[in-house]
Design a protein around this ligand. Sequence first.
Ligand SMILES: [Zn+2]
Length: 63
Amino acid sequence: MPSRRRIRAKSCESKRRYATSSEAEATAKHRRQESGHMDLDIYPCRFCSGWHIGHTEPKKKSL
Ligand SMILES: [Zn+2]
């Protein structure tokens, strides 16, 4: 079952890693301004203990 490995490849290995949340956030902020994707967010990685930037998971809108 390669699913776990595939998740890692998608959410970690294929992305740029940031050592700190502030570094990731600074880059995410820049990317939001450049791309207009306001849903870009940072998240702590459970695989490499670093931080990555990605689109937040769609959540149920309570409003
Ligand atoms: Zn990672």
